[in-house]
Design a binder for this molecule. Sequence first.
Ligand code: EPU
Length: 459
Amino acid sequence: MQDDVLIVHGGSPLEGEVRVKGAKNLVPKAMVAALLGEEPSRLRNVPGIRDVHIVRGLLQLHGVAVYEGDEPDELVMDPSSVELANVADIDAHAGSSRIPILLCGPLLHRIGRAFIPDLGGCRIGDRPIDFHLNVLREFGATVDKRPEGLYLEAPNGLHGAKIELPYPSVGTTEQVLLTAVRAEGTTELRNAAVEPEIIDLICVLQKMGAIISVATDRVIRITGVERLGGYTHRALPDRLEGASWACAALATQGDVFVRGARQLDMMTFLNVFRQVGGAFSVEDEGIRFWHPGGRLRAIALETDVHPGFQTDWQQPLVVALTQATGLSIVHETVYESRLGFTSALNQMGATIQLYSECLGGTPCRFGQRNFQHSAVISGPAKLHGADLVIPDLRGGFSYLIAALAAEGTSRVHGIDLINRGYEGFHTKLAALGARVELPPQQSGIAVAADAAGAVHSVA
Ligand code: EPU
């Protein structure tokens, strides 16, 4: 598809301002939470990204009325007529996102059964759903796995459980929250994930009437209630998008004010950004990120669950690390296959070597298992333009950063994938002075994306 290629002329710094709205990894889940209520919910600061449109479609299939609110970027969801959706209609969403798995608990509570299509999401590892199915069974659900998807029922209702996760999985923690809030009795979840987006989901559920406490030792306790109401909530800002723009500023020697970025959610990132040699200033309305001149410093870094260095920050930062002097080490401990994108950076002139050993940090789940999950980046490298094919969401944005930092012209294929998680990224790039255009057949005009994430051209 012609629209799916972006031509990027690199070599000039990104300068100006972008705004980040609600977090991609919270908004679709807060939309699912609305299913649990018996009154309408209002979600604010909703970005126009593909994942939001997918969940909106899924909610509508289940009888939830979803419409725009009075405020800009506000969605209203009215779940008063929730019903079982047609399997074939739900199946049309197969492979589009990972969010459908989170509908299990809410649908079991509301209508006693659920059908979940085959999941999608970024190919950054195997991404199994075993933890999800195990916890649902602990609550009393039956799961029938068929080729087209999962059929779930709860013949005796859902009951609170004592659960310990083998790993602090974000999605499974959300699964437990969305199921336990209306299960009979109390639930204790050990080794829970506590990412800021999870805490924000807990805030949403508490507004609806849930009783949830979070202890400092990754233990979450939930007391089930019989009824939940609606909520009005402003989604926390997207700290992953914020960090992506920060890395773009650093790699292109630019200066970008990210309106909406919040220090509290980005503390770990900010520390690393400073260690590498980037400068930032925290202001009331956002955070300004810039390259202060001089050399960037090589670092050793390990990704981890919150409050560690988020895996989704890793890919954009690696592009900036190609510009640092010396050897940087990155140990990816959350996903086993999130470094494959570096081969394209090497094609552009970077020197990045992958290893299957756990380098520079503590041994992780992937050591001794032949997954290339550690990288040594030797810099600074002079990047040059190339033909690139986007592999996944964050890897894709990282290719854009690399193309912008490189000398010469790159053709980036598969840019539509970026619309899954970055609202109007073309418009934002143009606002920062990036020189991007559609292929020559379309006369080299700037491009923008509408709220649905569809690409169209602007004069
Ligand atoms: N895991 C299992 N079994 C399961 C569930 C997870 O083995 O049943 C493993 C995964 O394979 C992975 C690890 O546990 O190795 C962590 O996975 P987690 O469940 O935490 O990830 P997720 O919920 O699928 C969310 C975000 C990701 C983000 C991770 C980690 C959404 C929609 N996705 O995924 O975001 O990287 O948490 O913070 O919230 C992105 O935004 O680009 C993205 C991939």
